[in-house]
Each structure stands twice: as C-alpha cells, then as structure tokens.
Write a protein that binds this ligand. Structure first.
Ligand code: 5GP
Length: 184
C-alpha cells in the first residue's frame, strides 16, 4: 500500500501552485479534491478545483462520516477531504497527496499517523505578505484575517516530517515529487 502525503503550510505560500505543478509532472499520483462551502473564484471548476457544496450538504457529509478531516479555515468557510477516494487510491497502490490547512493536517495525523507530513514554507515572512497582497483575490479584511492565521501556521513547522522552502515552483514541486515517490 502507498502512503498518504499531506502538504500544509501558511496561507498564500503557494501550495495550490506547487501541487498543480506536481500533478503535471507526475500523472501517476492522485491529488485529492476537497469539498468546500466557499464560492468558486473565476475560472474554478466544480469537481476539479473543489467540490463546491452548500452549508447543509457539508454538514451532511460530516454527519455521514464522509470526511477524513475538515476545518473552518480563516474563520469563515469549511473545507474537508472526502474519505472514500483517498482510501480507494491508497488501496490500489496509488500515492495520494492532500493539500490542506494545519488544523486538517493535525486531524489526519490522529487518523493516519503513518502518513508523511510536509510543510511548505515561504522564503521569508515579507515574501509571504507580498504573495498574499499580489494575488489580489482577497479584500483588505480577508487579507488581515489570512495573515493572522498565517502567523500561527508558521509556528507549526516543527510538527512536520519534512520542510520544503517554496523559493521557486519548479524546485518545490520536484522536492515534493521526490518525497511522494519515496512512499511507494
Ligand atoms: P482557498 O480558499 O484559497 O482555496 O484555500 C484556503 C485554505 O484552505 C488553504 O490553506 C487550503 O490549504 C485549505 N484547504 C483546502 N482544502 C482543504 C481541506 O480539504 N481541508 C482542510 N483542512 N483545508 C483545506
């Protein structure tokens, strides 16, 4: 059986971009698609980027035990990992990658301590702030909320098995690929 790899790290560090690069480079691994109550951003596709669900639907998924982990991220929207597809892929020997927040990573560690936990860190705090502002997808209040979360998340690095500095997407994706491949 392959192992699960969990990628976490502070908001705006570039987890999504690194995971997209990994998907291109390694089609033979599987990246979980999360459920979220957040509204889609322009260009996001239901079932590809996320399963965009209502609050009621998300609550039902929790009640059914359908989520491996879930969390309220940045104090607003709920995000969670559907359990079934993760277990199915691992059973079939396909390495699985989760890109989730720190609260979720801690829950996965309780449920599946054999998983590999990887922290994606920014080159510096200033660079993280620059990326969050530069992305331009959040308003000022949302940016403040996300930066407050990010400060707490940065302090959790020591809880992880491995740390990757996201200096360039290519470097971070190839480091992640090496760690994921090592679980086969
Ligand atoms: P965004 O709204 O920018 O797509 O994602 C916000 C945050 O939610 C990111 O830090 C991302 O890692 C986290 N996230 C995405 N999917 C999940 C999930 O399934 N579970 C948890 N716990 N966090 C998630």
């Amino acid at each position: 059986m392959s192992r699960l790899t969990v990628l976490a790290g502070p908001t705006a560090v570039g987890k999504g971009t690194v995971v997209r690069a990994l998907r291109q480079a390694c089609p033979n691994l599987w990246i979980s698609v999360s459920a979220t109550t957040r509204r889609p951003r322009p260009g996001e596709i239901d079932g590809v980027d996320y399963f965009f669900v209502s609050n009621d639907e998300f609550t039902r998924m929790i009640g059914d035990g359908a989520l491996l982990e879930w969390a309220t991220v940045h104090g607003i929207n709920r995000y969670g990992t559907p359990r079934g597809p993760v277990v199915d892929h691992l059973d079939r020997g396909i390495p699985v990658v989760l890109e989730i927040d720190l609260q979720g990573a801690r829950q996965v560690r309780e449920a599946m301590p054999e998983a590999q936990f990887v922290f994606l860190a920014p080159p510096s705090w200033d660079e993280l702030v620059r990326r969050l502002v530069g992305r331009g997808t959040e308003d000022a209040a949302e940016r403040r909320r996300r930066l407050a979360t990010a400060r707490e998340e940065m302090a959790a690095e020591a809880e992880f098995d491995a740390v990757i500095i996201n200096d360039t997407v290519e470097h971070a994706a190839s480091e992640l690929e090496r760690l994921v491949e090592a679980t086969r």
